[in-house]
Structure formats: structure tokens, C-alpha cells
Design a protein. Structure first.
Length: 247
């Protein structure tokens, strides 16, 4: 990993590696987490979910997925060639919060149309990927938080890649608010046909910084390349490109 700044771990004194844009880094020698801008200790809980699958076991998961479902080519599991299996521990903010959206809208499914006002109130453990410019399917990831343990760098596989956070806590809260607002506007479609006003507020109760294992998979089928993302803790396929059955 290229070192963008020359900082040292405030706990053990070892060099802390990070890339431009990363703002929270973890020492690979002692596991101590540091805020890069200040060099101060990270004050939030830092947890990790460990990977449950070897590269060979991942092959079985991939082939099982290829054999399942009626939308996939019948020979996909037999003819596909797995070209990449990369385990990456991704950084997330988990924001335990109460969220409310006050709204005003128009219900047009009856005549005459009526104006409706109300509020959606929910509790969440909202997941925010702590990386910029990513199309990772965060909301499809049902993170098994019951399996989290305090971050322990010694148990991370030697072949795994560990990414640091590019998102600080206040930015994560704002991202969560925007995402929850979008989610609540989707839910509002059950109550109103046209939204006139909607305002979302969230009250964070607890914040957790979490590293979770994700396998980045690429496979080839009949000359084309496809991607899969698989949760390394539970083996759930988070995203999988499916070749057209017209091949």
C-alpha cells in the first residue's frame, strides 16, 4: 500500500499505511485505530466480522449460485470459469438511530383527491459504506451484527485486503439521513400518489465502525466477464451478474 503521509501509530510507534482520501486507519502491527488528520486515537467502537469461507469453499458457493434459479443459462455452472476471488474487509459505519419523516401529499386514487399529512417513524441500524464513489449494494447487505467482535488484526487472513474509511462520522450521519429520506419517500408511495412536502430527521443513538468481509468474484462465460459480491461471514450473494440466456 502506498504511504501518502508519514504518520506513526500513537500506540506502538509503527508506521501506519493509508492512501489519499482515507481518514481513519488501523495499524497493521498492533490493531490500534487512528484518525489520520489529528493522529489521535479513534473514540468509537471498532468491530469486525470474520470471514467464514476458504477460497475452495467459495468455489462451491459460486457454483451453487450458478445452478440455482431459472433465469441463468442451464450450463452456467459447468462452463463458467472463475477468474478472480478477492477477499476484502470493507469499512462501514453502523448508525443506530430513530428516524422520522413528516410529510404532506395528495392521494389521487379516489375522486375527489384528498390531501394527507402524517409522519413515518422507525428505528434502524443503518449501514453506510465508509468509502467514496462506490456502487456497492449496501442496502442489500443484511449485516450479521450478532457475529461482530472487537477488531483483531491478528485473525485477518494474510491474503485478504483491508480498506480504511474515507468517510468521517458526521458525513456518515448525513449520508444515512439522505438514504433514509429516499427510503421513506419510497414507503410513502403506499399512502400518497404525489408528495408535496417531506422532511426527514434522524436521531443517532449509537455509532459503530465495522469491518466486514466481502468476496469480490469475477467469472467468464462464453467470452464475457461478470462480477459477483458475496458476504464472507454468511455466504449470501449480495450481487451477481447473470449472463443472458440467449447465449
Amino acid at each position: 500500500m502506498a504511504v501518502a503521509e508519514n504518520i506513526r501509530c500513537s500506540h506502538c510507534g509503527a508506521p501506519v499505511d493509508f492512501k489519499p482520501g482515507e481518514i481513519i486507519a488501523t495499524c497493521k502491527y498492533c490493531g490500534f485505530t487512528t484518525v489520520i488528520q489529528t493522529g489521535q486515537a479513534f473514540v468509537f467502537e471498532h468491530s469486525i466480522l470474520f470471514n467464514s469461507y476458504s477460497p475452495d469453499a467459495m468455489d462451491n458457493l459460486i457454483r451453487d449460485w450458478m445452478r440455482s434459479g431459472f433465469m441463468k443459462p442451464s450450463d452456467l455452472a459447468k462452463k463458467a470459469k472463475i477468474t478472480q476471488k478477492e477477499l476484502t474487509y470493507l469499512p462501514f459505519w453502523v448508525i443506530s438511530c430513530e428516524a422520522s419523516t413528516k410529510y404532506k401529499g395528495i392521494f389521487e386514487r379516489i375522486s375527489p383527491a384528498i390531501v394527507k399529512e402524517g409522519e413515518i417513524k422507525k428505528k434502524y441500524n443503518w449501514l453506510v459504506l465508509a468509502r467514496q464513489a462506490s456502487d456497492f449494494p449496501t442496502q442489500a447487505y443484511d449485516v450479521p451484527l450478532e457475529g461482530k467482535v472487537p477488531y483483531d488484526f491478528r485473525k485477518i487472513e494474510g491474503y485478504a485486503k483491508v480498506l480504511n474509511s474515507e468517510v468521517e462520522k458526521d458525513q456518515a450521519v448525513d449520508m444515512a439521513r439522505q438514504q433514509i429520506d429516499t427510503h421513506h419517500r419510497f414507503l410513502l408511495q403506499e399512502d400518497v400518489d404525489r408528495i408535496v412536502e417531506a422532511s426527514t430527521a434522524i436521531t443517532p443513538k449509537q455509532m459503530l465502525y465495522l469491518h466486514a468481509p466481502v468476496w469480490f468474484i469475477r467469472y467468464e462465460y462464453k467470452g464475457n466477464s461478470y462480477q459477483m459480491l458475496i458476504d464472507g461471514a454468511k455466504g449470501m450473494v449480495l450481487k451477481g451478474d447473470i449472463p443472458s440466456t440467449r447465449f
